[in-house]
Ligand binder design. Sequence first.
Ligand code: HEC
Length: 184
Amino acid sequence: MPSSIDPQRLHAFPRAWMTGARLLFAAGALATAAQVRSAAPVAVSPTIDTTGLAALPVPWPAENPYRGDPLAARVGQDAFNQACARCHGPDADGSRAPAPDLRRLGRSCKRVSDADLKRRCIQDVDAYFRASVLKGKVKVGVVHMPAWDGILKPELVWAIRTFVETPAVTPAGAANAIPTHTSR
Ligand code: HEC
């Protein structure tokens, strides 16, 4: 045991360290707060191969033309995981995500028994989905979601909508689950 260590200094060291650590922590917190205020989220185009999806006319259809198409759901899942998952949760499992669970959109339409009303209900949700994605979500000057107009191809907007409408993969591997798809 070296005898030259001053017990006084040994005692002082953790306190000095703690003060330094607290200062560093405070500086970090300030920097993070400044970042949150200044850096609005940016929409980055996903790199997705849409081969196989019917190309959409201009102006593009107001209603999802791919509804129920398994290929569109798979392409949409990949696009979603690249572009939307950081806020809406991976694979649209919105349970712990900061942004709303997109699988909930249009759920109430399923309870409508009249076929014509049901169709109009789904059309309304499509219109809301499309407008939300294209315009983004800006409230009192704060960008909650960036606008995707001109960044996300119309094919991908409807493919993502098809994905979030398709029943989620369950751990047990349900019959209607979307197969894992990584090659695109
Ligand atoms: C930077 C985070 C962020 C990203 C990335 C993002 N969103 Fe959002 N989105 C939000 C937030 C936050 C809201 C809720 C905003 C509000 O209502 O004020 C939202 C709302 C929505 C809504 C409306 C949902 C509702 O229940 O009203 C839709 C639809 C939507 N986003 C689709 C998408 C799609 C599709 C993508 C990917 C192409 C995407 N978002 C990417 C943050 C994000």
